[in-house]
Design a protein around this ligand. Structure first.
Ligand code: FA5
Length: 343
């Protein structure tokens, strides 16, 4: 028995010295020190020896078990250290390598122009509000003095949601918010409404099917055309520089009377006339006018007491003029080579 124990111990230690990883070590433990392991089987056999041999054999078996356990513990520590060292080596970071350039996002040029426009009007005391892009015919047309049979409907090629006039549509301009705001508020009113608009357009260098507008509305007692001209001139000079000239000319929109279009001196030729301004020296900025008494009456305002002005501008066209972009479609083509120029 003593010999058997000695042999087993030797064999176990020999095998242990060849174990190279933690999985192998666990297998070794199970086969020698586990419940059904070889050494435990030998220890159990001690009970069947003659009584006088038992103490010696028991002591030898115990010593062998302690020796194997201690060798196992030692090996476990050694292998754990080895595997940690290997992991550290594999995950080592070379801090001397040059860093990778992070790709930074940037504000889209149209967002930037929208922010510039709102900042200018907020400084003049206007509040910024928003309205729905899917709109009722009533707000987009009817309440703006454009009934179903009005020829001016041709000015706005419309995407109808239900396919039938008189129901829902994608707003063709931000002007429906004039009505929405006046319905809910009493004068004095000074708001701007930035947002997306949609038109069933033949897309070209100055027309997209989806584009932005910024609507403006001011209503109070005693507001005149002089206020309209003053506010919009301050805006144009803040946007393009003090030296740039502006002009107002008559225009027609059913919801204003009188109606105007406002233009700014061409950025490219400074008014001399060039290809960009089609030799006129001027670039159209927006439509505007004094709110039509019928629109005021429609929301329950007394048009003999209150007057107001409204305007609607296209930030894409403003961005084109500001940055000298010849085709509006670039803004929404998602070509990073184009967009990165606005960093
Ligand atoms: C209007 O939409 C009126 N609601 C503006 C208005 C408001 C007049 C308040 C009076 C009082 P118009 O269709 O001209 O008007 O559009 C206004 C601006 O939106 C244009 O000057 C242009 O800058 C921009 N715009 C119009 N259609 C497009 C389009 N398809 N793509 C890009 N920009 C457009």
């Amino acid at each position: 028995m003593l010999e058997e124990i000695g042999q087993l111990k030797e064999e176990a230690l020999r095998e242990l010295s060849c174990v190279a990883d933690l999985v192998g070590l666990e297998n070794w433990r199970i086969s020698y020190l586990g419940k059904k392991g070889a050494l435990i089987q030998l220890v159990r056999g001690v009970g069947s020896l003659p009584p006088e041999q038992r103490p010696l054999a028991g002591q030898a078996a115990n010593e062998a078990k302690l020796a194997l356990e201690s060798a196992w513990g030692e090996k476990q520590r050694e292998l754990q250290e080895k595997s940690l060292a290997q992991a550290l080596q594999a995950e080592r970071i070379d801090v001397t390598l040059p860093g990778r350039q992070p790709i930074l996002g940037q504000v889209h040029p149209i967002t930037r122009v929208l922010r510039e426009i709102t900042d200018i009007f907020v400084a003049l005391g206007f509040r910024v509000v928003e309205g729905p892009e899917v709109e009722w015919d009533r707000y987009n047309f009817e309440m703006l003095n454009i009934p179903a049979d009005h020829p001016a409907r041709d000015m706005w090629d419309t995407f109808y949601i239900s396919g039938r006039v008189g129901e829902m549509l994608l707003r063709t301009h931000t002007s429906p918010n004039q009505v929405r705001i006046m319905e809910k508020n009493q004068p004095p009113i000074r708001v701007i409404v930035p947002g997306k608009c949609y038109r069933y357009e033949a897309v070209d260098a100055t027309h997209e099917a989806m584009f932005y507008q910024v609507e403006g509305l001011a209503v109070d007692e005693g507001i005149t055309m002089g206020d309209l001209k003053g506010v919009l001139t301050i805006f144009a000079k803040a946007m393009y520089g003090k030296e740039r000239k502006v002009r107002f000319r008559c225009d027609y929109f059913p919801f204003v009377e009188p109606g105007v279009e406002m233009s700014v001196e061409c950025y490219a030729c400074k008014g001399a006339g060039c290809r960009i301004c089609k030799n006129t020296g001027w670039l159209e900025l927006m439509g505007a006018g004094m709110v039509h008494p019928r629109v005021l009456e429609g929301v329950g305002y007394d048009s003999t007491r209150y007057t107001g002005f409204a305007f609607g501008m296209g930030p894409e066209r403003i961005a084109m003029q500001k940055y000298g972009i010849e085709d509006l479609r670039y803004f929404y083509a998602n070509d990073l080579r184009f967009l990165r120029q606005f960093r």
